[in-house]
Design a protein around this ligand. Structure first.
Ligand code: BMA
Length: 370
């Protein structure tokens, strides 16, 4: 309904019931999400007409042999440009810590998220939440009933609500200098079809997992978080669309569907990519959802032609909004997924970058939020 027709209806009501103009003041029709977030949703839906955005986790924060340098990124050092998508993780925010689980100050993460928004790129956030029962990390699966314990009625429910409030506060704090909230693709409870996180397959029923999602979504909304799109992101375990959707929280909640897949063995990687891609492609079409490869990569990229000869042929025929590789750890040996200058796949990554269908930030700047 247009504002104009609301004014007209209000005026008619005022005349009909003789109400004072004060009590008939038209209410602002409030959308659940900010204008920029709604614009992002529709622009991501159109993205496959343009190409596939490339993304990298923690891209501007650190890389191989450096940390915290201004205006630096391993990807940018190789191709001269930032990725179109940057991913960040807010694990440990729930503990009231000033630094993330990967030891990055949250103030720095906020600053880089705003910078990526201002250069016209997309930000996505994952959450490696600590274990609210044991206080171990996300990978602590010693207690197999943590999800039940944080749902309403569970012994950790109140505590966990406080954790969701910390997440909400961070999301609400992502504002530019002029007060615009930065739209974020939020990707909580990822890789839930595996058994390495406390919210994994064997540690919750389908219904409990869905309840976890709804509780998260509702609490963030109640806290006024209106700058998020939501991503559903299992691993490659689902063998068909039914299995993929078994824990799907619903079309009202989810905006983007994807999966996380890593290469260990090339044949297995290509097989699981092809199966998972066809699953999300068909669900994406049936449910009108954006699709993406939410995490992928080949640790240390030892294959010098991986980008153009393995990754690109696997994805080129799917209407993906983006493909994102994981981080270039500075504190762990041999844990990197994007090239850096001198890395064996760097020249091939330049070829990948040069493909018109592969999008970096300058290809999408000015188009995502309006
Ligand atoms: C994992 C690894 C960890 C890291 C976590 C969150 O896959 O990279 O070292 O702590 O992601 O970034």
């Amino acid at each position: 309904m247009s504002i104009k027709s609301i004014y007209t209806i209000s005026a008619v009501l005022a005349l009909t019931f003789g109400l004072s103009s004060c009590s008939t003041k038209p209410e602002v029709v409030s959308s659940k999400r900010t204008l920029q977030t709604e614009a992002l949703l529709s622009n991501l839906q159109q993205m496959p007409n343009k190409g596939i955005m490339f993304g990298h986790h923690d891209d501007p924060l650190y890389g191989i042999g450096w940390e915290g340098d201004a205006d630096r990124s391993d990807v940018k050092s190789v191709v001269g440009e930032y990725p179109a998508v940057m991913s960040f993780d807010i694990g440990q925010i729930e503990l009231g810590s000033n630094v993330s689980l990967d030891d990055i100050p949250f103030d720095k993460i906020r600053q880089e998220i705003i910078a990526q928004y201002e250069r016209g790129g997309l930000n996505t956030i994952s959450w490696h939440a600590f274990n609210p029962s044991t206080e171990g990390n996300s990978w602590d699966v010693s207690d197999t009933a943590v999800v039940a314990s944080i749902l309403p009625g569970g012994i950790n429910h109140d505590k966990f609500m406080g954790w969701l409030d910390s997440v909400s506060a961070f999301m609400n704090s992502l504002e530019t200098a002029d007060g615009t909230k930065v739209p974020i693709l939020f990707r909580p409870w990822h890789e839930h079809t595996g058994n390495w996180f406390w919210w994994g397959q064997n540690y919750a029923t389908d219904q409990q997992y869905k309840d976890l999602w709804m509780m998260t979504y509702d609490r963030l909304n109640e806290n006024g978080v209106n700058n998020l799109l939501y991503a559903y992101s299992p691993g490659t375990e689902p063998k068909d669309t039914t299995q993929y959707l078994a824990r799907y929280p619903g079309d009202d909640v989810i905006d983007l569907i994807g999966f996380d897949a890593y290469q260990f063995n090339e044949d297995q990687y290509l097989e699981s990519m092809s199966r998972s891609l066809s699953i999300i492609d068909s669900i994406g079409k049936a449910h009108n959802k954006i699709i993406a490869i939410t995490e992928t990569g080949y640790e240390t990229i030892p294959d010098s032609i991986w980008w153009t000869d393995t990754l690109y042929p696997a994805i080129e025929n799917y209407p993906l909004a983006y493909v994102l590789v994981w981080r270039n750890a500075r504190e762990r040996d041999n844990h990197y997924y994007a090239p850096y200058p001198g890395q064996v796949s760097a020249p091939n990554f330049v070829e990948f970058y040069n493909k018109p269908e592969v999008l970096f930030v300058e290809n999408v700047a000015g188009t995502l939020y309006q």
